[in-house]
Design a protein around this ligand. Structure first.
Ligand code: CP
Ligand code: NVA
Length: 296
């Protein structure tokens, strides 16, 4: 039994195979292994559109089912320990996806679960997003191995999963974050061979084959909105910045996007935007991930 709390929880070759499988399932949805009578539990302590719908639709397409458990509706909101919740739910369902703030809480949940637990986003990592991002790059530009990607913005959960992805998929990653908003120092140090820290967005994106960003204030940081807008001024990805990247550079964004902050409205609305494929690929990759975890 394996959990998927970060991209490092599975053998790198298996993560790459899940992404490749997602492209097969995108072309032929009927190929997915039937999950008849299998159930996915979804424990979401934060809002979600893409992640939740992708998991529910994936299970439905494989003839399985899912149970959505919103915090406010469950005993978690009345203080039932996460350990007890994991023990109970994992006797009823076959796999659990959890979205929460504290990554340690997710780890505690997984330690007490009898079934695979998937990180559907924590404050530290968002590995499901990276499966879709890797599929999107592969389908539009081929192998990412040996290429250079530039992250412009907050050193947040998505950024930290990009760092893990650089190791699993063998590419270079330039991180351009304002001072004080860098990712975890230990994670950076452990990946220093592929990941470098930059300050000027124009320099960081020069020649990059991929530019990626995310919101300046993540869920739970709403009160820091104004301060962050000030700190991130000059870090917006727009057409002018993209023009400094490689001529065929892709722009990725996990969504939801804040137009006029981390990304210009014009760039987001461009007819060649692949961010909508990226969002769709959440379904195909999460289906491939479920197929993998439920088979092992
Ligand atoms: N990108 C992402 O995880 O979107 P949701 O918050 O809508 O699930
Ligand atoms: N960094 C964002 C990602 C949302 C999908 C957040 O945590 O809110």
């Amino acid at each position: 039994m394996r959990h998927f709390l970060t991209l490092n929880d599975l053998p790198a070759a298996d993560v790459r195979a899940i992404v490749a499988r997602a492209s097969e399932l995108k072309a032929q949805p009927g190929l997915a292994a039937s999950q008849q009578r299998r159930t996915l539990g979804l424990v979401f302590e934060k809002a979600s559109t893409r992640t939740r719908v992708a998991f529910e639709v994936a299970m439905a397409q494989m003839d399985g089912s899912s149970v959505f458990i919103a915090t406010g509706d469950s005993q978690l909101s009345r203080g039932e320990p996460v350990e007890d919740t994991a023990r109970v739910l994992s006797r009823m369902v076959d796999c659990i996806a959890m979205r929460t703030s504290d990554h340690g809480r997710l780890e505690r949940f997984a330690r007490h679960s009898r079934v695979p637990v998937i990180n559907a986003l924590s404050n530290d990592f968002h590995p499901c997003q990276l499966l879709a991002d890797m599929q999107t790059f592969a389908e539009h530009r081929g192998a990412i191995a040996g290429r250079t990607a530039a992250w412009v913005g907050d050193g947040n959960n998505v950024c930290q999963s990009w760092i893990n992805a650089a190791a699993v998929f063998d590419f270079s990653l330039r991180l351009c974050c304002p001072a004080g908003f860098e990712p975890d120092a230990q994670l950076l140090a452990a990946n220093a061979d592929r990941v470098s820290l930059w300050r000027r967005p124009e320099a960081a994106v020069t020649g990059a084959g991929l530019v990626v960003t995310d919101v300046w204030a993540s869920m739970g940081q709403e009160e820091e909105n104004a301060a962050r807008r000030e700190a991130f001024a000059g870090y917006q990805v727009d057409a002018e910045l993209m023009a400094k990247a490689a001529p065929d550079a892709l722009f990725l964004h996990c969504l939801p996007a804040h137009r006029g902050e981390e990304v210009s409205a014009e760039l987001l609305e461009r007819c060649d935007a692949v961010i909508w494929d990226e969002a769709e690929n959440r379904l195909h990759t999460q289906k491939a991930l479920l197929e993998y975890l439920l088979a092992s």
